[in-house]
Design a protein around this ligand. Structure first.
Ligand code: UT7
Length: 328
């Protein structure tokens, strides 16, 4: 079977920076608390006229700048991982498909919380490997600032906005070596947006109770996240017949630096081999892995022939890891 890999990447973060100092003026919090509990110093916030599809389009433009051979007209499929679509329907992927003139491409959204980007990569890779698609554009795009409760200090300090784009296509060498995907719906209520769907449609009651905002049981999610990150990384390596010494770089979902340190500790992985940029973006859900990966590549931290695990965890609860051998 042919191999699929990431042929090109792009990312985008909105210009407006919201610092911890600015948050101190908004809710009862301190830079000291946010920094020591999460590692976050600032996050980006979308402009009032920017929705998730707008951020995704900017990420695609960044991809096209970095990879001038990119031809939207050759795309077979666009998958957009997002927990904050422009609207429940149509899919944000369809909006992007129109905006970038991907006239031949099918399009749909993927909902797997912060693991969405890894899920979408796995689906894209499978279709390319099977020969049912030649080029798939995978997006992770979020405007979490629109769904956090700016009166809830326990959550509003954590999240930010951003987008990433990856072109998945056949590769001559390297590419995706394995995927691990998982879900445990028993933890659904630990991280959710209670209202606005078919369970609790919008009503005066849901508005009054602020049920259209993200709710998270931080401690439970933390307890789930550390072993999820550790085990999915180990499994992705072992599925490819490899082990931790074979891993050059871990590119984890950026939720909290303490989660990353704890998982790295369990894996026996020095932090030099873990990409961390949560201090500048906060948690951007499905956009966080491509934002971190683009940065790592720009810094020369991942080179042709080296192996990286991209690992996510989040609402569902879901987890996922992709082992990739970099080919450019
Ligand atoms: O991307 C999806 C996955 N999401 C995650 O991975 C998030 C996982 N969870 C976490 O990262 C952490 O649990 C948090 C950062 C959300 C919270 O850290 P924590 O160390 O678990 O704190 P906590 O929730 O146990 O709260 C500790 C204290 C509480 O006060 P009391 O009850 O001890 O008096 C909170 O009220 O900190 C208080 N607190 C705050 N204080 C100042 C909560 N938020 C804030 C705040 N500023 N922003």
């Amino acid at each position: 079977m042919r191999r699929a890999g990431i042929a090109a990447l792009g990312a985008y973060a909105p210009a407006h920076i919201l610092s911890n100092a600015a948050l101190e003026r908004l809710v009862d919090t301190t830079d000291q608390w946010i920094t020591s509990r999460t590692g976050i110093k600032e996050r980006r916030i979308a402009a009032s006229d920017e929705a998730s599809s707008d951020l995704a389009v900017q990420a695609v433009r960044d991809l096209a700048r970095r990879f001038p051979q990119f031809d939207p007209g050759a795309l077979d499929l666009i998958l957009c991982a997002t927990a904050t679509p422009d609207t429940l329907f149509p899919a944000t992927a369809s909006l992007v498909q129109h905006r970038v003139s991907a006239t031949r491409a099918a399009a749909c959204d993927i909902g797997a919380g912060c693991t969405g980007f890894v899920y979408a990569l796995a689906l894209a890779s499978g279709m390319v490997q099977a020969g049912s698609a030649q080029q798939v554009l995978v997006l992770g795009a979020e405007t979490l600032s629109r769904i956090v409760d700016w009166q809830d200090r326990a959550t509003c300090v954590l999240f930010g906005d951003g987008a990433g784009a990856a072109l998945v296509a056949p590769v001559e060498r390297g590419g995706f070596l394995s995927f691990v995907l998982g879900s445990d719906g028993s933890g659904a209520s630990d991280l959710c947006l209670p209202a606005g769907g078919s369970r609790q449609p919008a009503s005066p009651h849901t508005l009054q109770e602020r049920l259209h905002y993200l709710r998270m049981n931080g401690r439970e999610v933390f307890k789930f996240a550390v072993p999820a990150l550790e085990q999915s990384t180990r499994q992705a390596l072992s599925h490819a017949g490899l082990a931790l010494p074979d891993l050059d770089l871990l590119v984890p979902h950026q939720a909290n630096v303490r989660i990353l340190q704890a998982a790295a500790d369990r894996l026996g992985l020095p932090m030099e081999r873990v990409v961390v940029n949560v201090e500048r973006y906060g948690n951007t859900s499905s956009a966080s892995i491509p934002l971190a990966l683009v940065e790592a590549l720009d810094q020369g931290r991942l080179k042709s022939g080296q192996r990286a695990v991209l690992a996510g965890f989040g609402a569902g609860l879901t987890w996922g890891a992709a082992l990739v051998e970099w080919s450019w």
